[in-house]
Write a protein that binds this ligand. Structure first.
Ligand SMILES: C=CC1=C(C)c2cc3[nH]c(cc4nc(cc5[nH]c(cc1n2)c(C)c5CCC(=O)O)C(CCC(=O)O)=C4C)c(C)c3C=C
Ligand SMILES: [Fe+2]
Ligand SMILES: [Fe+2]
Length: 388
């Protein structure tokens, strides 16, 4: 179609970026910080060669891999849970409301009540080494480290949490202290969501903004279509079925998101559906057992549907007696899988007449997944290290 006279103007209008309301706030922080204070950067390790005219040629430093997971409370107690939720739920990538409106609700209604309700639930799932999310994330970091070495890839692997400990900044400091000038950042979320992946990227960028000598950074956006991930999920399902028999239905339960953020362009739902299609195809004939639902609705607005627990209840009422549930969006078991699915959803399904509820664990310390994750990481290190 030939471009009409208004086409250029229309295109220009499409490209115009609306003003960022946050800029108003940044203006005041600029006024208070930059006008009065010089920039303050983190100290750099000195090698004494800064003024040398003939410096020793430097061998390229080691490569760092930073695995980032969500984070979890330090203890299964109301105080620790309150500190964790305060940080997590103050993130505007997670709750897309103006702070002026949201903070009174968070501080006045959620933080006084929810931690006390969550404490016994965390206690039920707590491991000797801490919160399961932490224990399994660290185990996965160790597994990836070993698997990279056995692929002949030399890299320092660190695990950092977006909220709580071990802190992301500390993990990045550890990598810098080990001389890593090239860092691959790997959010531990197979499916991209702004509330998980993008906030991890933002936090790394904020850390980098505090450095004079920035490392070279790469980011993995998502890896839900990588064959190693789908194979590891299929392996987990097949092992479960070999021990327990096949169910009538296999429900893939992903963490939910508010429907509105998907309508505004978050690709998360699509990533989840692609994951389900690939896993179903990988399971062959038994792929027809697969359905998808979304768990963990929070607040009053509509979240992604169908919801997990009502789906299981409805199936039981319709005469489905045997189901398995798996949570492919979580690499590590956590309160969402061990308590919400394995306990609450099991009770709901059995109370409606279901007879067998199977919970298929997350990939956790599965050695097949450690090798697969390392292979995915290795592909993103191409050009930085020798890869087979
Ligand atoms: C209220 C908004 C929330 C959004 C949006 C959200 C997205 C989201 N979360 C995960 C993964 C995890 N969430 C976990 C716990 C958790 N999530 C929310 C809220 C939102 N999540 C809350 C309030 C909590 C705390 C528990 C509760 O109060 O119910 C966890 C587990 C942490 C643990 O300690 O075990 C994970 C993991 C994803 C993947 C996601 C978006 C796709
Ligand atoms: Fe969540
Ligand atoms: Fe939840």
């Amino acid at each position: 179609m030939p471009a009409g006279p208004g086409a250029g103007r229309r295109k220009e209008a499409m490209l115009r970026v609306p003003p960022d309301p946050g800029a108003f706030v940044s203006f005041f922080s600029w006024l208070s910080m930059s006008v009065l204070l010089p920039p303050r950067y983190l100290p750099e390790p000195a090698d004494g060669q800064a003024f040398s005219d003939h410096p020793e040629p430097r061998a390229p430093g080691p490569v760092g891999v930073l695995l980032i997971n969500l984070g979890t409370p330090d203890a299964p107690e109301a105080g620790a849970i309150r500190r964790y939720l305060a940080e997590f739920l103050s993130d505007q990538r997670v709750i897309e409301l103006p702070q002026l409106l949201w903070q009174p609700i968070l501080r006045g209604a959620i933080l006084p009540l929810r931690p006390r309700k969550l404490a016994p639930r965390y206690r039920e799932i707590w491991h000797e080494g801490g919160s399961p999310l932490l224990v399994w994330s660290l185990a996965q970091g160790k597994g990836v480290d070993q698997a990279l070495k056995s692929l002949g890839i030399q890299a320092h692997v660190e695990v950092g949490m977006r909220y709580g400990r071990p802190a992301l900044d500390g993990a990045l400091e550890n990598l810098r202290r080990q001389g890593c000038e090239r860092i691959l950042v790997v959010p531990m979320y197979p499916q991209y969501a702004a509330s998980t992946t993008a906030t991890a990227v933002d936090a790394v960028a904020r850390y980098a903004a505090r450095l004079r000598n920035q490392p070279e950074l790469r980011f993995i956006k998502r890896f839900h279509t990588e064959p190693e991930y789908i194979d590891a999920l299929a392996g987990q399902v097949e092992r479960h079925w070999a021990q327990n028999g096949e169910p009538q239905k296999l429900l893939l339960s992903f963490h939910g998101l508010p429907r509105a953020v998907v309508e505004k362009g978050d690709p998360y739902r699509r990533d989840c559906m692609e994951t389900a299609d690939l896993l179903a195809a990988r399971l062959g004939d038994r792929g027809k057992l697969v359905s998808v639902a979304f768990q963990s609705r929070f607040g009053a607005q509509k979240w992604l549907e169908p919801y997990t627990e009502p789906t299981l209840r409805a199936w039981a009422r319709q005469g489905v007696t045997q189901v398995d549930v798996m949570c492919p969006g979580f690499l590590a078991d956590c309160i969402e899988t061990l308590e919400e699915i394995q306990m609450q959803c099991r009770d709901a399904f059995l109370s409606e007449g279901g007879q067998r509820f199977g919970f298929i664990p997350c990939l956790n310390d599965d050695p097949q997944w450690a090798r697969g994750f390392a292979a995915i990481v290795g592909r993103h290190l191409q050009g930085w290290v020798k890869t087979a």
